[in-house]
Design a protein around this ligand. Sequence first.
Ligand code: PLP
Length: 262
Amino acid sequence: MKTRPVVLCFSGLDPTGGAGIQADIEAINSHSCHATPIITALTIQDTHNVQHFEIVSPQLLRKQAETVLGDMKVSAIKIGMLGSVSIADAVHCVLRKHPDIPVILDPILAAGGGGELADEHLIEAINKLILPYTLITTPNTIEAKRLAHSNCKNMQCIHELAKTGVKYVLLTGTHDDTDQVQHRLFKGDELISDFHYARLDNSYHGSGCTLAASLAALIAQGVDIVNATQNALDYSYHTLTHAHSLGGGQLIPNRYFWAHKK
Ligand code: PLP
């Protein structure tokens, strides 16, 4: 009987289809894995910005996840938008019961257009309830500073993040003022790899989701962290160079560029 690795996703729904659960499913399918979608929140947004969101019932979310986990062999858990402390708490309860499944966390704190998707209480909950169970998190430099509660240099943020118990941090460099984009992979406090890409002119909706979801799929397949990171960054970069302009704001990554190159 044929099978494929399953990645359980906790993500928000973005009605533009650029970010959130749709990004996860497309990126995970592109890596020949199966995504199981557990929705954390419904958003109102366009390609410019998020206007509003409402979370789902935490009890319902927890039961959905436990039901899937009771039936399928889940090889990785990908976490995106959490939206509230109560959802973070429900996800925490699931993670605590399944400590052997690798967790990939994209710490969604704001939308690309700047709309807030997390407050200080949720940041605290991510640090205390989610990061201790996380194998790898993928903050950009702005998110890393907010999670570390400091306006400090990148290395100090990494030090603070390592203290939460997260094993690896992939610090993405899109928001840095550098000619090339530099992404850095840390194990605890130690820089173990860095990756360079040409800086693209446009801005993209769902690029972070694409990266974390493809990384989750590769980890679900048993690829080691450094190779999984390299492959996920390469894949994500190509989804951006093939992105489509579908609304008036950010471009939408083409996660099926490999299937149809139009
Ligand atoms: N998840 C949801 C549901 C969102 O609405 C957004 C941004 O609007 C994101 C994730 C983050 O998107 P990005 O990958 O562009 O950071």
